[in-house]
Design a binder for this molecule. Sequence first.
Ligand SMILES: [Cu+2]
Length: 131
Amino acid sequence: MKRIVLTGGVLGAALALAACGQKSETTIAEAPAAPAAGTPGAPIGDMAGMNMAGSQATKTAKGTGTVKSVDVGAGAITVDHGPIPEAGWPAMTMAFKAAPDLVQSVKPGDKVAFDLTLKDGSGEITAITKQ
Ligand SMILES: [Cu+2]
């Protein structure tokens, strides 16, 4: 804080010199310093709030693909799926978490359309239908 005040004083002195002794301009130049010093705190607080909201939100997405394997015990369906723009994923084969009744409703080789809930970079199948 002291260094900021000193810097302000130096700048104020420089401005006073530049203004050739017009003291009214020195006063105007120093006035904005107080609001400016408080300004950085507000945007940082807002951004922190936005980030928290973003991490807590869950997105949904839809995909299509071919079931590669199912694991009822683990509650997972492995799908060779097409691109899923909502998740920013290219086509790939990956395992999704899914409720037991969904896992049991499909078998390897099935062509399926599915709904996903996206959270923390992974997806859970919330609905799946054979095509
Ligand atoms: Cu994937």
